[in-house]
Design a protein around this ligand. Structure first.
Ligand code: ACO
Length: 323
């Protein structure tokens, strides 16, 4: 039986920092409001000419080095993103070209902030089926390019970044146990960007090219969805929640993470956080957080790791693996 395991991780965030104090000068907000409502202190912003694939290439090369492989070893590249550089070629095609992964097939997956887990599931299944042996899965977004910097409800939340993992095939008893995906399209209007139509004076005037969000409603759905997704993935693998060593959550809001942790009795020391320094980097937040944990030498072979996320769609997802 083939299993897929994470053989290496990488991540990259842009150099430019915007603190809450900078935002205080731009809109009617305060550091205190942002910190206490979201847990965010600062975020990274891509330069005008810096794209999602630019960030992804740096994360990809770091993951390749960590996994001790070469670009030529990759059979497949899957990037989860909702902010590709252009409509096509996909971000994955650009990454493939720029890292010289000549053998790899490449395509993108769009499931907003849950996208990394969706893409992980695709990579895992293609390895389990025997079709591929080495797959790179990325989560990457530059949401700051599609936020309305005059809308204090959204512009304080987001940052840019990219994270990558290398999945490899093994016959050993390790790697991804299972992944669970969920969607409720009827709740799509809670978080959307309605710009995929011919641009017109009307679409520009109505600011349809920017993220619009019903934060309050999303907040409640997110807590319930992630709590149930973690219960599902642990129960279906017969692993008690308290036997999981690390929970890698989508970093959307510290209060959402704390509420899920409280419901499931998860201690703080099992939940690595990056939201305070990067904000909500969309689907990149999980592989970035995993990479920082990995590079700090905190995950040991045999550790159990659980991913959980929610995002636009609405989509949500969980995945459980043995490191
Ligand atoms: N600064 C100061 N005041 C603000 C700001 C701001 N930046 N934004 C909103 N407020 C005000 C509101 O206008 C409101 O004022 P009012 O009472 O006079 O009307 C008050 O603060 C409370 O607003 P709420 O929306 O009720 O604040 P809430 O505690 O719900 O926090 C937040 C808002 C942070 C957006 C929260 O609802 C949230 O995190 N929701 C989930 C959002 C999320 O996770 N989005 C992304 C998920 S998917 C993805 O990652 C792409």
């Amino acid at each position: 039986m083939n299993h897929s395991y994470i053989a290496g991780t990488g991540s990259y965030v842009p150099e430019k920092i915007i603190t809450n104090f900078t935002l205080e000068k731009m809109i009617d907000t305060s550091d205190e409001w942002i910190r206490t409502r979201t847990g965010i202190l600062e975020r990274r912003i891509a330069q005008e000419n810096e794209t999602t694939s630019d960030l992804s290439i740096k994360a990809a090369l770091s993951a390749i080095e960590d996994a001790k492989i070469t670009s030529g070893d990759l059979d497949l590249i899957i990037t989860a993103t909702v902010t590709p550089d252009m409509v096509f070629p996909s971000s994955s095609c650009m990454i493939q070209k720029n890292i010289g992964a000549h053998k790899a097939a490449a395509f993108d997956v769009a499931a907003a902030c849950s996208g990394f887990i969706y893409a992980l599931n695709v990579g895992d299944q293609l390895i389990k089926s025997g079709q591929y042996k080495t797959v790179m899965v990325l989560g990457a977004d530059t949401l700051t390019k599609i936020i309305d910097w005059t809308d204090r409800n959204t512009c304080i939340l987001f940052g840019d970044g990219a994270g990558a993992v290398i999945l490899k095939s093994t016959q050993e008893d390790r790697g991804i146990y299972s992944t669970h995906l969920y969607t409720d399209g009827t709740l799509g209007e809670l978080l959307e960007v309605r710009s995929l139509r011919p641009t017109s004076e009307e679409t520009l005037t109505n600011r349809l090219h920017y993220i619009s969000m019903k934060g309050n409603e999303l907040f409640k759905v997110a807590i319930k969805a992630m709590t149930e997704a973690i219960q599902d993935v642990t129960r279906s693998n017969g692993i008690p929640i308290d036997a999981v060593d690390f929970f890698i959550f989508h970093q959307a809001n510290i209060r959402i993470i704390q509420a899920v942790a409280q419901r499931l009795n998860i201690p703080e020391n099992k939940i690595p956080l990056t939201i305070q320094k990067y904000g909500n980097t969309s689907t990149a937040s999980m592989p970035i957080t995993l990479d920082e944990l990995n590079k700090a030498g905190k995950i040991q072979p045999g550790n159990t790791v659980c991913f959980a996320a929610f995002g636009g769609g609405l989509t949500w997802a969980s995945s459980l693996l043995k490191w």
